[in-house]
Design a protein around this ligand. Sequence first.
Ligand code: FAD
Length: 375
Amino acid sequence: MTDRDQLAGFATAVAGKVAPIAAAGDEGRVNRRLIRALADEGLLPGLFPRRAGGTREAGVSAVDLCVVRESLGRASTLAENAIAIQALGAYPIVLAGSDEQAGRFARPVARGEAVAAFALTEPGVGTDAGALELRAETDGKGFRLTGTKVFISNAPDADVYTIFARTTPGAGTKGITAFIVNGDAKGLSGSAQHLLSPHPIGRLELDGVFVSEDRIMGEVDGGFRLAMRTLDLFRPSVGASVVGMAQAALDAAVAHASTRQAFGRPIKEFQAVSHQLAEMATRLEAARALVYAAAEAYDRGDQRVARRSAMAKLFATEIAQQVIDAAIQVHGAVALERGHLLEHLYREVRAPRIYEGTSEIQREIIARDLFRARD
Ligand SMILES: Cc1cc2nc3c(=O)[nH]c(=O)nc-3n(C[C@H](O)[C@H](O)[C@H](O)COP(=O)(O)OP(=O)(O)OC[C@H]3O[C@@H](n4cnc5c(N)ncnc54)[C@H](O)[C@@H]3O)c2cc1C
């Protein structure tokens, strides 16, 4: 058994153990008991380095992050979301924070004692994140943050926010700084947002929130690069999570096609059904291969990783949606009943084509790289 298989088996076993806690949470809100359980079982700290409260020597590899997210995506999307957002929220601190910041803010996140969030998107900017407008104005002792963030996973319930704010007006991507902001900071408020598929997500209003200079991550005006470094690590793993979800859909479709009878035989005996399943399995395997190729490229520091990650995220999220849709077709009406696994996955698989870079922007990254290679 490979290390990858062992990690996948461990993540799947943890998903089984925490399933009742996941199911008992309030839809669309942070489930603290679930996050705590994922930490107590050792899965969450396994994504963090020791200096940030985890169990690894260094930060998580992109491949291991993919293995964990694929396994959880297949077994429990609630557990998958919970662990992924915790890690995304805290990884800017892991990547660029001082030892003091890592110990004080990332450690409780790795141990499931605090909830983290990554706040980049604003009402006026999503894809074009380099144009963000939330202001950070110096007041001699530190900075005052004023503005709005939207669609922030784990908001407004998080305890620790990585907030990207504009420190130099007019400087585009070169005028953004990353700040650590406590969830109970004076001047910070928020509200939940309600999506197609329930997701702990919300809006944040910052009204002159004070942040001292020792809460800056990395360099002043170096925050955009940090946001992109964090997303580079996580992008292939978005593909992995949807590969897991689509695998669950394919498994369900194969099982259903074997038992459901029509015209006196199991429907798998109709070639229209069995070839559909063969097509789903083939596309899914291609998506998985792209995801792990991108993760391996990231881990060995490949120069062309942006293109590979974009291909992996684009292809996996688009294919996963097709596979889940086809799995519903193989089931017929029963898959559309509220509470059916496929009804849940159908709603759940839509957002990954939008977050952490839309499909369109992934094509843009790939296209730019094609022409760069030619020039
Ligand atoms: C479930 C979920 C969780 C999220 N979690 C977080 C989070 O934790 N933190 C956070 O900061 N954000 C989060 N987001 C926000 C997410 O990152 C943004 O929705 C995403 O970046 C897209 O931005 P937008 O929705 O504003 O779309 P827009 O940027 O307004 O795009 C609208 C359309 O225009 C297209 N478009 C834009 N620019 C180009 C271009 N150059 N070329 C071609 N097409 C283009 C887009 O592809 C899209 O089709 C989350 C979103 C969702 C749905």
